[in-house]
Design a protein around this ligand. Structure first.
Ligand code: C5P
Length: 289
């Protein structure tokens, strides 16, 4: 049996540069990954492709044929004749439709496991192609390390070594569908804006350098997501009000928000205060990488 983690993806910045002729929005986003995540296991089996799912968010995710693990596996099998499939087991812990790429990270994890079981190189172009076809966030999740992501997720920068910045992730429990949030921007296909200065993040930024760069950035989907799920406004206010919070922002199309702190003690304290006030929210301390 092979096992891998499917970590949560956090968009530290997310700039929308415009809408392309194919309908997708051109993005510029600094993406990082958290220790919090799902766990996917795989047992090769010549006779079957199956998915067994357990864990706190398993019922929201579902193990049906449209689960991204199965879609990615079927698509790769179409691409590579004779691909050895098998039985997947997913321990689902990340909130669903939450702006942290849970399903995308699961799909990328499935592709990594299939590559390993079939002795394919992790950067096999057929794997990249399937990742792109499954969803915009799947390619960046194939090798989950902080980096710039551009286009509709197909153009990836070199890995960035982030400084140790304790983080808190919170999800107030309102699922947000990505498509409608992008649609609410009301952009027509046409000319794209230039990328922003924040794109020039060093390969190994120091904490102050990174925070200064992030402060110049933003998440262009925040307003549209807050209209769809107003509880995001409360989530951001809670994080911004926490002692030691240096930056708080929404990830992806929401509703998960993150905050960065100077010390782990401040992050742990903020998490416990938020948990006490909102026992139903998903609250995690994390180190981003
Ligand atoms: O690629 P994915 O299936 O995750 O995207 C979900 C929806 O979000 C797309 O159908 C599209 O409407 C929107 N989207 C977009 N531009 C992106 C990513 C997603 O318009 N860069």
């Amino acid at each position: 049996m092979l096992t891998t983690r499917a970590p949560a993806k956090i968009n530290l910045t997310l700039h929308v540069l415009g809408r392309r002729e194919d309908g997708y929005h051109a993005l510029e986003s600094l993406v990082a990954f958290s220790g919090a995540g799902d766990t996917l296991s795989f047992t090769p089996d010549d006779d079957a492709l199956s998915l067994d799912i357990s864990g706190p968010t398993s019922s929201a995710a579902g193990a049906g044929a449209d689960n991204l693990v199965l879609r990615a596996a079927r698509r790769l099998a179409e691409e590579i004749k004779g691909l050895r499939l098998g039985r997947f087991r997913l321990d689902k812990r990340l909130p669903v439709a939450a702006g942290i790429g849970g399903g995308s990270s699961d799909a990328a994890a499935a592709l990594r496991l299939l590559a390993k079981a079939n002795h394919l190189a992790p950067d096999d172009p057929r794997i990249r192609e399937v990742a792109r076809a499954i969803g915009s966030d799947v390619p960046v999740c194939l090798d989950p390390r902080a980096r710039m992501m551009r286009g509709a997720g197909e153009t990836l920068g070199e890995p960035i070594r982030l400084p140790l910045l304790p983080a808190v992730l919170i999800n107030p429990g309102a699922p947000v569908a990505t498509g409608p949030v992008f649609a609410a921007l009301g952009l027509r296909p046409g000319a794209l804006r230039e990328g922003a200065a924040h794109a020039d993040i060093a390969a190994r930024p120091g904490a102050d350098e990174l925070l200064a760069a992030l402060a110049k950035g933003r998440n262009d989907l925040e307003d549209a997501a807050c209209l769809q799920a107003p509880v995001i406004v409360d989530a951001l206010a809670m994080l911004r009000g926490a002692r030691g919070c240096r930056l708080a922002r929404m990830s992806g199309s929401g509703a998960t928000c993150f905050a960065l702190f100077s010390t782990r003690r401040e992050a742990v304290r903020a998490a416990s205060v938020i948990r006490a006030q909102h026992p139903g929210w998903w609250v995690k301390t994390a180190v981003l990488r």
